[in-house]
Design a protein around this ligand. Structure first.
Ligand code: CDP
Ligand code: CDP
Length: 227
């Protein structure tokens, strides 16, 4: 069979990473892993269980009680995240989780916990993973690294539309503030900050349609697939 590669997609909040990652996984018949979902699920657990995440011992204890796994849903044709056997794929998208996730994702022990699992998921290659540190820390030797950007206003508008469909009380201001705050924390934290890997290819999709962005990304894949 054809050789499989590892594809990493990093970038700013809500710039279309998971959309491209899912498109590529479907086209190539690869596994798609949303690393952000892991940080969101951990955040959900911390919030529900009133974990004091400024206390390292409490964080370590809490992580021992967290089991994350991705299960493929035939119906939605997507892999969904489970937190201790509960499907949390939808609740973790809530703004309540988004308000705290960057703070929790900056904790060293939390990152070690997540990165270890992410690396083991890539052992057989044939994987597309999106996040913030996938090309720099999780898979520094990935064959294809994409770094995504889009204009701030475009990103806010896109994420607002998604959240508004679920909750019409959400305001564009809230969404804008949340994206700005997360981008700031994610790119300024001490452990694995959001950075463009030196060998990453930049994809700005501010003005691209879904089919256009897929065409670009697929061409990059073709250039990198072993003969
Ligand atoms: O999809 P969206 O851009 O809103 O974010 P996400 O991918 O769901 O990630 C949520 C948060 O998790 C990010 O803002 C980061 O704080 C954190 N994250 C991270 O630190 N490292 C990753 N590899 C993925 C996400
Ligand atoms: O994963 P990330 O947070 O970077 O972004 P996403 O969830 O893939 O995309 C955020 C929103 O932008 C989704 O509602 C996508 O449907 C939309 N999008 C778009 O309108 N046009 C694109 N070229 C890419 C994404």
């Amino acid at each position: 069979g054809k050789k499989k590669i590892i594809i990493t997609i990093d970038g700013w909040s809500s710039c279309g990473k998971s959309t491209v990652a899912k498109q590529l996984a479907r086209e190539l018949n690869y596994v798609y892993i949303d690393s952000g979902a892991m940080y969101r699920a951990i955040t959900l657990y911390f919030l529900r269980n009133h974990i004091d995440w400024t206390n390292t011992e409490e964080v370590k204890g809490a992580l021992k009680n967290i089991q994350l796994d991705f299960r493929y849903n035939e119906h939605s044709q997507q892999s969904e995240i489970f937190l201790n056997d509960e499907n949390v794929e939808y609740v973790i998208r809530d703004l309540v989780v988004a308000e705290k996730v960057s703070e929790i994702a900056a904790i060293r022990e939390v990152r070690e916990f997540a990165v270890k699992q992410q690396q083991s998921m890539g052992k057989k290659k044939g994987i597309v993973m999106d996040g913030r540190d996938i090309g720099t820390v999780v898979f520094p030797n990935a064959e294809l690294k994409i770094f995504m950007t889009a204009d701030n206003a475009v990103r806010v508008e896109r994420r607002f539309k998604e959240l508004y469909e679920k909750n019409p009380n959400v305001t564009i201001e809230e969404v804008k503030n949340n994206l700005e705050m997360r981008d700031y924390i994610d790119s300024n934290r001490e452990v694995s900050p959001l950075r463009q890997a030196a060998d990453a290819l930049v994809l700005d999709n501010s003005k691209l349609t879904m089919p256009e962005q897929l065409t670009i990304a697929l061409n990059w894949v073709k250039e990198r697939l072993p003969a």
